[in-house]
Write a new protein. Structure first.
Length: 129
């Protein structure tokens, strides 16, 4: 039996971003659009190159599901953010990694804090673009 046949296709659909508001100590609905770079921040050119290498600059596949990693199913979205490493932090900060805006906004957060290091494994690709 082929391994490809023994694992079901995994995909995630974007969902609402309901998270506890850690600043106000009450529940709040955080809009991914309010946190998105398109709300006033410019996406650096290097991040566009990273997105091109990570996911062909796509957040959703042809079937409308969030793009998952080819080699690691825990990598999701346009910036292939790894859920094992970043999901808890993203939730704590109010980012919905399954939404297009939330994925990009959290990628900008990571870039602001760590530079391109979270995407160092794909440096061979984006450093040539």
């Amino acid at each position: 039996m082929s391994l490809a046949l023994s694992f079901p296709e995994v995909g995630y659909e974007a969902g609402p971003a309901y998270v506890p508001d850690v600043y106000l100590e009450r529940n709040a609905t955080i809009s991914a659009n309010a946190l998105a770079p398109s709300a006033g921040l410019e996406v650096p050119g290097i991040m566009r190159k990273i997105a091109a290498c990570e996911s062909n600059d796509r957040h959703f596949d042809e079937g409308g599901k969030v793009v998952i990693g080819k080699y690691d199913i825990h990598d999701i979205g346009r910036y292939q953010i790894n859920l094992r490493y970043w999901e808890d932090k993203a939730k704590k900060l109010g980012y919905d990694l399954y939404s297009e805006d939330g994925n990009e906004a959290f990628a900008m957060y990571l870039y602001g804090k760590y530079g391109t290091e979270p995407w160092s494994r794909s440096r061979w690709c984006w450093s040539r673009l």
